[in-house]
Design a protein around this ligand. Sequence first.
Ligand code: ADP
Ligand code: ASP
Ligand code: MG
Length: 438
Amino acid sequence: MKVLKFGGTSVGSPERMMQVADIIAGVQGKKIVVLSAVSGTTNTLVSISDYSANDQKKEAEKVAKELHLSYHQFIKRLFSDQHYIDENIAFVDQKFQDIKNLITEEFSEQVAKMFVAQGELISTHLFTQYLTSIGKSAVLLPALDFMTLDDFAEPDLKTTRTKLEHQLAAVDQNVIITQGYIARNAAGGTDNLRRGGSDYSATIIGAVLNAEEVQIWTDIDGMHNNDPRVVQPTHPLANLSFEEASELAYFGAKVLHPHCIIPAQMHEVPVRIKNTMDPKAHGTLISAEKDTQSAIKAIAAKDHITAIKVKSNRMVMAYGFLKRVFEVFEKYRTPIDMITTSEIAVSLTIDNDEHLRQIKQEIAQYATVEIDKDQTIICIVGDLIAERKGVGSAIFEALDDIPIRMISYGGSRNNISLLVPQEYKKDSLIKLHKALFT
Ligand code: ADP
Ligand code: ASP
Ligand code: MG
């Protein structure tokens, strides 16, 4: 069993969907095909949801109508048989009637989740119908029937496995289509794995079924050694260890969802990143294998980071001080990414600032708190990176005119992280790239 995930661009037009059908046909054996929404759809659904939240119902309806009409065009180009055109137009008309009903409903978090779920529900229906229309046998397995979240909105792998195995027992077809991104939460409502979550859906499915391999088909030929949107030229990496890929995904390499390597690593399921636009390209193979040849593999950057400096009100950081600080973050379920300490202070960074106000208020009862928003973590990833001679000096020499706010060195064998103000991100990535890769 293989799991093949196709991202938004890969299913972004009727022609691309046809190409996806060809790629699937070239993969032997049973496969679960995880699809994202057609590119742009989730963003549009988010804006419909935001308009609804602000009580701008007319604007929400206008945007929904444009999206609705774009699907009519999509369907007319995807199918040649009038019968399929009529049936699929009736399907999207119903979906957009549902969206219209959601707009008129009183807005809630649950309604927001329902809006953004529609993209994957539409793309998977159209694609399954397309396969049927060209005489290929396929079945659509609704993700909401098996993909399950726990009380903390994290994937519940055990329940997901039980439900998925149960569903699969009744399936004969070799091609099983399902939605990425969407999931059922602990309260039974429609939910999701957060933006870019289809990668995570694929690796969760791969892990619970002990799949042979998970393939992430996207619009680029693998994980590159730097962010191709910022630095040119970058090049794809043929191999990465789970640890390296996990660090890169978590610290901003958008090609993978930040958490998607975790389930694959836990169950040792290799993940291959492939390019839908260039299927022959090797791509990147992520596995337990470690390539010990090159010290530095890649650089990634994560924006919108908040730095928090906590200064003890006493002259020295008393025994137990750090514990008190960390307990506040634990209470508000806010992960800390970077941390550095001095005799009287500790600096740390968070990505999720939802509870920043409460965190600040609680710590301020016994310490001074300073907050810097809009920071970027630059993460340099490789094997035994902090243990190799010369790596540190090369990094700091390259960034000698960049104000580095924090450094994390030696915490992991795979990464060195630096915190810089967001406006220095581009410059830092370019300078590091030049110094470390050319
Ligand atoms: P999909 O819709 O297939 O999930 P995404 O847009 O989420 O695709 O991810 C692919 C994009 O990630 C690429 O087009 C590229 O611009 C961006 N990206 C950022 N960092 C990297 C990197 N290190 N390697 C490859 N792609 C990257
Ligand atoms: N459609 C969702 C998003 O745009 C999930 C995904 O594409 O991975 O975030
Ligand atoms: Mg993505």
